[in-house]
Design a protein around this ligand. Structure first.
Ligand SMILES: C[S@@+](CC[C@H](N)C(=O)[O-])C[C@H]1O[C@@H](n2cnc3c(N)ncnc32)[C@H](O)[C@@H]1O
Length: 286
């Protein structure tokens, strides 16, 4: 893809996610208590359950939610006891998330920042947790610089957890690009591949991966509403069985590369140095 400047990339992203948020703007809803209940003491068969288990007790912790979108995770993490800073460059998504936080009684636990992460004024060495859900694959042209910005905001040894679409099997990747599957995506996004994971590892040397969604790619068929909490008991059970089979299969080294989603986690470096050769670019270029 042709390289584009920061400002143009930011505008494309903001336009795309503003348009999505606009369709929901007049019906913000508070967080569903069933979601909070699910993640308060959860299993690990689904990626977000796995992440919440990794986090442990969030009470009193500071969390940076990078690319918070319409606030699903910021609301959940704040409900679980964290003090959240939620950053996103889409003004409409941020406005929607803020309205949901107010309706949920969480406004005083979440600071919303509407800015590209590259220029958000984040305090250095401040966060106990850096969290990103489906965001790194939106900043691939500046992955290295973005990770440097995040690591500077993290306390030494902070937990870092990303959930990202991945495409680690080259054959599957080729097949996927041949199929005319309709996608609803921004221009530069694509699943992370092995070289991208190498970039992440430069900033988080103990990078660990846990893969999800092999058979569970069928989720759209089984859960047309997209939500496990509001699905019928039959559909919930079916999803849990498929997720359990997935979990077992994706533990096998040969199969793990077939997972469509990865939880990528580790710790921020203890030394405050950036890896060699990384100079965060904090000034917008056109
Ligand atoms: C796929 S959405 C994920 C939203 C949310 N994390 C979730 O899982 O529901 C990606 C979000 O990242 C935001 N985004 C993209 N590039 C960004 C950047 N450079 N800085 C801040 N936010 C960005 C977009 O506006 C969008 O809301």
């Amino acid at each position: 893809m042709e390289a584009i400047g920061h400002s143009e990339r930011w505008l494309q992203e903001a336009d795309f996610f503003d348009a999505k948020a606009t369709t929901r703007a007049d019906r913000p809803e508070p967080i569903d208590p069933r979601i909070v209940e699910r993640y308060t003491s959860c299993g690990r068969l689904f990626s977000k359950e796995y992440c919440c288990r990794l986090l442990g007790d969030l009470r009193g912790k500071t969390v940076l939610d990078f690319g918070c979108g319409e606030g699903d995770d910021a609301l959940l993490l704040a409900s679980l006891g964290a003090r959240v800073t939620a950053v996103d460059l889409s003004p409409k998504a941020i406005a929607f998330a803020r309205a949901r936080a107010s309706l949920s009684g969480l406004a005083d636990r979440i600071d919303f920042v509407c800015a590209p992460i590259e220029v958000a004024d984040l305090p250095p060495a401040h966060f106990d947790v850096i969290w990103g859900d489906n965001i790194l694959h939106h900043v691939l042209p500046v992955l290295d610089e973005t990770l440097a910005v995040l690591m500077r905001a993290a306390k030494p040894d902070a937990q870092v957890i990303f959930t990202e679409p991945v495409s680690l099997n080259s054959t599957l990747r080729r097949v996927r690009f041949l199929l005319p599957i309709p996608t609803d995506a921004t221009p530069g996004e694509r699943p992370l591949d092995l070289p991208d994971l190498d970039v992440i590892r430069r900033h988080m040397p103990d990078l660990t991966k846990r893969h999800f969604r092999f058979l569970a790619r069928l989720t759209r068929l089984i859960l047309p509403c997209g939500s496990l909490e509001s699905a019928s008991p039959f559909r919930r059970t079916l999803m849990r069985i498929i997720a359990a089979i997935d979990y077992a299969l994706l533990t096998l080294p040969v199969v793990e590369k077939l997972g469509g989603i990865s939880v990528l986690y580790g710790r921020a470096p203890v030394a405050s140095q950036q890896p060699d050769g990384v100079t965060p670019r904090l000034v917008a270029s056109g």
